[in-house]
Design a binder for this molecule. Structure first.
Ligand code: MG
Length: 281
């Protein structure tokens, strides 16, 4: 039964990709403009773990455009970087105290970074060695996902995040994403000029644009079904991101459809797909 389910899932994917590409009538540019966002950092390597400083460092070293990470607030008001709700042996990070979260040891031995630690590391960048042995400092885009919570909690999170962004002068190096429409609106309000992308998928590009949210970051299946969103968003000067694309054929389809960003757990695979498209163009 499982084999048949997999077969039909793949058939559905192929038909959606074919339909999306058929519907696409924009010009293909000579050079692929799609950039790669490492989902929860580049953790899919030996010795790393999602949402850690090492996953951020790996994303820098591999030269990706951005590192996505998740922000939660502890019960006593400290912003930390982890997906949640469970982290280590804590069932719900939003109900745990900061000191409890700081005692967590992740499976690779790292601790849970505070948001300030994570942002400071991203701001500083990392030294990367080139093929010729020279070393340079590399920085990437910090793609911050604000986890949904009660409206007043979301406002507290956004105010604290905005204050850190201002203090560290990160306005040019950070983007905010959220499944919560309320959190996106608050990000627009408290961080003017900082790119905001909505994740849930239930708004048209025109609706988001009217609300001042200048980007959409939708699930790949939804984006394949609504591939006209890409051109409609671009016409409005908005950016288009898709998550979480872990399949080579789907990555290829989105590169050809001209999305701005692909968020993936397999950023090296996305790099190969982009290089392949650049060779063929
Ligand atoms: Mg996330």
């Amino acid at each position: 039964m499982k084999r048949y389910a997999n077969f039909f899932r793949r058939m559905l994917t192929f038909s959606l990709i074919f339909a999306a590409l058929f519907a696409f009538n924009g010009p293909l540019s000579a050079q692929v403009k799609t950039q790669i966002v490492a989902h929860r950092g580049y953790w899919n390597t030996e010795g790393s773990f999602e949402n850690t400083i090492s996953s951020l460092e790996n994303a820098h070293k591999a030269g990706f455009y951005g590192s996505e990470f998740d922000i939660n607030m502890t019960s006593d008001g400290v912003l930390v970087v982890c997906h949640g709700p469970a982290v280590g042996d804590i069932p719900d990070v939003q109900k745990a105290s900061f000191s409890e979260v700081m005692h967590v040891k992740l499976s690779n031995g790292e601790g849970v970074p505070t948001l300030e630690e994570y942002l400071k590391a991203g701001k500083k960048g990392f030294k990367v060695k080139g093929a010729d042995g020279s070393s340079k400092n590399v920085k990437l885009q910090l793609v911050a996902e604000v986890k949904a919570a009660a409206p007043q909690v979301e406002e507290e999170v956004i105010i604290k995040l905005a204050s850190l962004v201002k203090k560290l002068k990160l306005q040019e190096q950070i983007s905010i994403i959220s499944f919560s429409y309320n959190a996106c609106l608050l990000a627009v309000k408290y961080m003017p000029g900082v790119p905001v992308q909505y994740l849930m998928g239930d708004k048209t590009p025109e609706e988001l644009n009217a609300a001042g949210i200048k980007g959409l970051d939708y699930h790949y299946s939804l984006m394949l079904l609504n591939s006209d969103y890409i051109e409609r968003a671009h016409k409005l000067g908005m950016t288009v991101n898709v998550w979480t694309v872990n399949d080579r054929e789907q990555m290829d389809a989105f590169v050809k459809l001209g999305v701005d960003y692909i968020t993936t757990d397999y950023p090296e695979m996305a790099k190969e797909v982009i290089e392949e498209n650049n060779r063929l163009n």
